[in-house]
Design a protein. Structure first.
Length: 363
C-alpha cells in the first residue's frame, strides 16, 4: 500500500453487508474487519436492517427490503459499483461465477473502469460458465482445487486465500456430555447432502450407533420451506430413524454447533456454495469432528476430517458409527480440526495475504 496513505477500496458484493447471509457477504465483512488501515466503501441495506452493520468504512445505501441477492439487487449493485469504482483506488469484487458472470466480466471495463480489481471467487455454479468468462483482474480462490480450475480456464495467476474463522469467537470446547447429537447444516439444494445424511444416519443406526439427528436446512428464495422440511421428516421416518429434528434458519449457530458431537456434510455437489463451508470451519475450530464427502474442494482439510465417496450413504454411515464408538479417535480428530483452523484459517494469515495483495496492486 502507498506509504502514509490509506487506500480507498470498494467492496463490491451482490447484496448489502448488513443484509442476508451469504459467502460473498461473509468474506467481504471479514476483509473489512481484518484490514484496519484501509478505508472501505461497502453496500448497506435501506430502509430495513436485519443485522448489525459493520462499524468501519463508508456505507452506500441500496434499496432493498429482503437483503437477498435477487436480480434487481444485482443490477443495482453493478450500477452503484460502476459509480463508486471511479472514486476509489481499488475494487474488491466478491462474486460467484454464475449465469450472469460471463456478461459482467465482458462489461468489466465499462462497469469498473481502469482501477485495479481483485476478484474473490466465492464459488462456481457450473464449469461451463467459466468457458465464456474473463478474469476481472487479480483472481483469488478459496481452495487449491478451485485455483486449478480457474487456471485451466485461463484466469491466469490465481492466488489462494482460504477464508478465516474468528478463533476467539469459536474456542475449542470439550466433548459434550450426554446423548450424542449429529448435525447437518446446509440448504434445500439438489444433491446438497440432506437426503444422503438421512440415509447415512439410517445405516449408522443399523450398525448399532445411537444418536439424535438434527437437520438445520435453510431455504432458498422462492422455495416452499414447509413442504421441503416435511419431505425430510417423511424420508427419515421411512428410513427408521426414531429421533430426528428438522430446523430451518438457526439464529445462534454457535450454541447449536457446540452442542453436537459430529458434523455430517456429504454433498454430491456444492452448486456454487463456498469451497470451504463456514459451518465446517466453525465445527473444526470448536473441536467437533466432521465427516465430509470426497469432493476435490475438501481436500484442503487433509487428515483433520473423515471423507467418504460423494453420494455413498452406506460408507458415510459406517464412518459415523465408527466415530461415535471410538472416543480416542474422536479426540484425535477434534484436536486436528482445531490445529488446522489455527494454522490455515486464522485471522492473521487471512489479513496478511490480502494486505500483501493490496500492496502489490496499489504499488
Amino acid at each position: 500500500m502507498v506509504p502514509h496513505e490509506r487506500p480507498r477500496v470498494l467492496l463490491l458484493t451482490s447484496c448489502p453487508l448488513d443484509g442476508a447471509e451469504g459467502s460473498d457477504v461473509r468474506l467481504a465483512s471479514d476483509v473489512l474487519e481484518a484490514l484496519p488501515d484501509v478505508d472501505f466503501v461497502w453496500f448497506a441495506q435501506w430502509p430495513d436492517h436485519r443485522r448489525h452493520p459493520p462499524r468501519r468504512g463508508r456505507p452506500v445505501r441500496m434499496l432493498t427490503r429482503s437483503g437477498s441477492a435477487h436480480t434487481p439487487h444485482r443490477v443495482q449493485a453493478a450500477l452503484t459499483g460502476a459509480v463508486f469504482a471511479r472514486r476509489v483506488d481499488l475494487v474488491h469484487v466478491f462474486l460467484t461465477v454464475g449465469r450472469a458472470f460471463p456478461l459482467f466480466s465482458r462489461l468489466r471495463p465499462l462497469l469498473l473502469g481502469g482501477r485495479p480489481v481483485v476478484h474473490t471467487v466465492t464459488g462456481v455454479m457450473d464449469a461451463r460458465f467459466l468457458d465464456r468468462a474473463r478474469p476481472l483482474g487479480a483472481t483469488v480462490a478459496l481452495s487449491e482445487s478451485m485455483a486449478r480450475r480457474l487456471r485451466a480456464a485461463d484466469f491466469g495467476d490465481v492466488r489462494v486465500v482460504p477464508p478465516m474463522i474468528d478463533l476467539d469467537a469459536w474456542p475449542y470446547l470439550p466433548r459434550p456430555q450426554g446423548y450424542p447429537v449429529v448435525l447437518f447444516a446446509g440448504h434445500h439444494d439438489p444433491r446438497g447432502g440432506a437426503e444422503t445424511v438421512i440415509d447415512a444416519a439410517a445405516e449408522a443406526w443399523r450398525e448399532g450407533a445411537r444418536f439424535r439427528l438434527v437437520l438445520a436446512v435453510r431455504a432458498r428464495p422462492g422455495q416452499r420451506t414447509g413442504l421441503l422440511e416435511e419431505a425430510l421428516r417423511e424420508r427419515a421416518g421411512a428410513a427408521g430413524l426414531p429421533d430426528v429434528e428438522v430446523l430451518g434458519h438457526v439464529e445462534d449457530m454457535r450454541e447449536l454447533i457446540t452442542s453436537v458431537h459430529v458434523l455430517l456434510y456429504p454433498p454430491d455437489s456444492l452448486g456454487g456454495k463456498a469451497d470451504i463451508p463456514l459451518t465446517v470451519l466453525q465445527s473444526l475450530a470448536s473441536g467437533r469432528p466432521a465427516i465430509l464427502s470426497d469432493l476435490p474442494q475438501f481436500a484442503d482439510f487433509g487428515h483433520a476430517v473423515l471423507r467418504a465417496p460423494a453420494g455413498d450413504a452406506r460408507r458415510t454411515g459406517q464412518q459415523l458409527a465408527w466415530l461415535l464408538d471410538q472416543p480416542r479417535s474422536w479426540d484425535v480428530l477434534a484436536e486436528r480440526g482445531r490445529s488446522l483452523a489455527e494454522d490455515h484459517f486464522g485471522p492473521e494469515r487471512f489479513a496478511a495475504r490480502y494486505a500483501a495483495l493490496y500492496r502489490e496492486l496499489l504499488a
